[in-house]
Ligand binder design. Sequence first.
Ligand code: NA7
Length: 556
Amino acid sequence: MADGGGDIGKTQELDALIIGAGFGGLYQLHLLRDRLGLNVQVVEKAEGVGGTWWWNRYPGARCDSESHGYAYLFSEALHRGWQWSERYPGHAEIRRYLNYVADELDLKRDIDFGVEVVSADYQGRWIVRTACGRTFSARYLITAVGCLSTANIPDIPGLEDFKGEWHHTGAWPHEGVDFTGKRVGQIGTGSTGIQAAPVIAAEAEHLTVFQRTPNYSVPARNAPLTDEAKAEIKESFEDIRALTHLTPNGHPFEISPTRTDEVSDAERLEEYERRWDKGGLRFRGAFQNLLMSKEANDTAANFLKEKIRGVVKDSATADKLANIDHPYGAKRPPIDTTYFETYNRDNVSLVDVRAHPIQRIAETGIETAEGSHDLDVIVFATGFDAMTGPLLSLNLTGKNGVSLRNAWAAGPRTYLGLQIKDFPNLFTVTGPGSPSVLCNMPVCIEQHVEWIADCIEHLEATGSGAIEPTETAVEEWVAHVNDAANATLLPTVKHSWYLGANVPGKPRVFMPYAGGMVRYRNIAADIAKDGYRGFEIDGEAASGVALPQDIVAAGV
Ligand code: NA7
């Protein structure tokens, strides 16, 4: 591991240390250094900027957000200086974009790459240690470590015996994997597996997909942006920014205000067809109540299941793929490029591991309850220890020696997803309890980073030492996060990574805030405006109830 060029054995004193150089860390550095004039350092485990996109280089890796909205929208100059090439950005283009931003804002001189944090202890200041033996002491610690950055490799017996090669999609070799002439087994049919399978199938001798939970998918309809579209995007900075601030999920498209029961069956089908043809996540904006009512959701679910049957020629395979028992959108809804069509290829087969679970991995391949599958390569598209995993891996210790792992033994507890009680001056960009993964990430990240910068500016201006939330505020926020989730169909899916269910032993708590980005932004702004209600600054609690009840009462 590189040491990032710093002094081993000497403690580096800082105003703020930021962990991570993805979308969050880069913008946070810009605001704290260039707006507030603080002495700031970023440490990043990877050897370059990119965050999750540094690691996720698997075949077909591409963002599901449309490119013109998957960008920083705080600066028109950055917007005008960059041109996306396709409707959805691929992983390499996103890294090029983040390098462009880092260079434009001259950020790299304050980022140490190849530096992995191994612990952070609060001792009046944050004392942060790294794997390469460096120590930082900072007044403020900001984690910008992403929500999906800790790979979940299932503990299947025998993996160490496997004679072929295996890779997790979230830690993909930079030189790529040559599938030519290989028999490939892919475990997982989430967003990642659905992107990867068609690309692997086109190269491999044979692809076997091991499916535990069948999944919906809508065609992405990715394509190069036309010159006309590029010109329009260039001129629409204010409109795009305004739209992403208006919609509950931060995407640059609106959710229809119409309910499924306000239109006739024929009109509803017509709308689904229109959205299917348009492609992408816009499908879930077809009707406003799709995630609120099972009956409403069934209309979309049935439409999508029929589409699967219409595409997949082998009826037994179509049955396995369409045998979906969760509501559409209640698990993260994937979008694809020829995913279901891939099962019409002669070199692709599907194994239902819910009916016949994987029992072990042998030297030669994967064994299920039904038989064995000889493989040269295994691809784990098995997701992440989402949201809490990246934070817990930092080994954070707060006041009085309390470890985050103990504090969160029963699940994450935060105020606004931004701060944790007993961990003063620690700020968690897109932490559990914030909208994060239910939204277009850069939009949530910008809001968090700006809120954090404003808060630190307030502390600096008032000569304050430390901020942390009160127990009451945390309790109220956790309750509100639960209420928001329970008003939707989201928590009805028990096998969902939103609930931590994909990682054995992880507490089952609905982690992201489902109340929508617009409501969240208003609540967070209102709390700050009210003198940081629900927080204690140097032991003094701002008065009043933590949550602005008028906003909360507006419904989810
Ligand atoms: P996901 O959405 O967590 O998908 C992981 C897939 O792997 C899913 O189909 C899982 O089935 C499957 N899985 C996980 N463990 C196993 C075991 N032990 N056996 C069989 N199958 C397993 O991760 P992705 O990387 O696809 O997507 C994550 C996010 O990245 C995505 O939502 C976007 O926001 C970007 P399960 O459904 O748990 O039965």
